[in-house]
Design a protein around this ligand. Sequence first.
Ligand code: A3P
Length: 296
Amino acid sequence: QKETVPVPRPELFDFHGVSMVHSMTDNWDNVQNFQAKPDDILIATYPKAGTTWVSHMLDLLYFGKSSPKRGVSLPIYERVPFLEICIPFLPTGVESADKMTTSPRLIKTHLPVQFVPKSFWEQKCRIVYVARNAKDNVVSYFHFDRMNSAQPEPGDWTSYLQKFQEGKLLFGSWYDHVKGWWEKKQAYPKLLYVHYEDLAEDMDRELDRVCSFLGVCPTEEERCQVKEGVEFDAMKNNRMTNYSTIDVLDFKISPFMRKGKVGDWKNHFTVYQNEQFDKEYKKKMMSTTLWFRNEI
Ligand code: A3P
């Protein structure tokens, strides 16, 4: 019988002021020197904000017509490589992106804005940033960290919430991330800032926004295919979007496509936690015009 040796979970360390793990920084020079092409599209998010949702949406928009089988035969992480990832014995995100022959290349990153390789700015690439309200985002991240043994140990919910507020989760502070990208948008017009709650509320409207930003005009039939393909149940049942092909994820603990709802935080926060969270949130978000809806 094959014995499985449990792999220890990675530890976070401070990397230029942001909590990171080695699998996201070991390829740093190659990430920083990544050569973007002008038509590359970067999909940037804080983890668990709807990365997979928007990645699959853009992939279907660009390639759904010419390769109708692509969305059900190639896993999302091959269609949209994860730029900074570097895991032994697997191609790095940079290698995967360099190898891509389709265009435009869709590339995923969780990097805070100050870490984005400079060629994306120089090449004036389009960037879609997806953000999700803090409360649902932290709940989703908690369940993800529980089920993904390649993530740092989450601990219990109360201590996890504390770590979220202190920015001691992989990719650092949610506050710095969403605010940093929001500020960038003011100076860089080729950045579309999308809210998870807006996608959940009205996919038609958001699809219009995305298409007009990208300059693509799908036919009514293509639009319908994209919309059907990105429905929560469709993505949950599609092995190419639900991450069931990845070993380190334990779906018995929690599925990757968990709930897909706005407002699930209400099932996790106690009244006291919610009050404390709101106080802290107010302070941290005082200096910005960015705002979120915690329910729709
Ligand atoms: P929950 O854990 O709240 O269910 P990411 O792709 O950035 O890791 O984000 C994952 C979160 O987005 C999960 O949230 C997942 O269920 C949700 N999600 C993914 N696809 C979705 C879809 N088509 N509709 C709604 N939510 C979706």
